[in-house]
Design a protein around this ligand. Structure first.
Ligand code: 2AM
Length: 175
């Protein structure tokens, strides 16, 4: 039997301290309308894979294992809104070079498993609120420092009660 497909994506997963600060930011958001992302679901997507057949998962794990990365720090200093997905998000003003290299390596390695690389420029962000109303961007007075030393493969299980995302496996970023 083929088995069920799982909806997967690669992500940066915050530690408890960073998660608490991101959740505190949700509480301070000026937008009131919308659907909050559950604090345990807060993350930064590296690459979205979509529904994946069980037979492709070994290739995906190998693509992650082959990444040669390095630890880096993210400075979450911007709160912004995108009108088309209608989300409020927090993220870094720019993309740290080590993060850009990580995303590019992962995309290149995943091509061997049949995943098309994303054509749009990579915009790291933590979605805080969905289906929300327009709001102006603000710079956070106290940026959130997020030390990144690993990345994870996450399963998305929409429907039912949150949390919807579950990390399945992680890989260290080593010097
Ligand atoms: P979002 O937070 O900006 O909505 C799991 O669904 C994660 O993958 C979310 O972080 C979501 O981004 C992202 N995602 C969902 N569908 C996507 C798609 N088609 N392309 C790229 N990223 C997607």
């Amino acid at each position: 039997m083929a088995g069920a497909r799982r909806r997967l994506f690669f992500a940066l997963w915050p530690d408890e301290a960073v998660r608490a600060r991101l959740a505190a930011l949700q509480a301070e958001l000026p937008q009131v309308a919308g659907r909050w992302v559950h604090p345990e679901d807060l993350h930064i997507t590296l690459q979205f894979l979509g529904p994946v057949e069980p037979g492709r998962q070994a290739c995906i794990a190998e693509a992650a294992r082959a990444v040669r990365g390095e630890p880096f720090e993210l400075e979450i200093d911007r709160l912004d809104f995108w009108p088309r997905p209608r989300i409020a998000w927090a993220g870094p003003e720019g993309v740290p070079p080590a993060l850009q290299r990580l995303v590019e390596q992962l995309a290149r390695n995943l091509e061997r498993c049949g995943f098309e690389p994303e054509k749009r420029p990579y915009r790291p962000h933590v979605t805080l609120l969905r289906k929300t109303t327009p709001a102006a961007a603000v710079r956070l007075p106290e940026p959130i420092r997020w030390p990144v030393d690993h990345f994870v493969l996450v399963e998305s299980r929409p429907g039912g009660d949150p949390p919807h995302y579950r990390p399945l496996e992680g890989w260290a970023l080593e010097d």
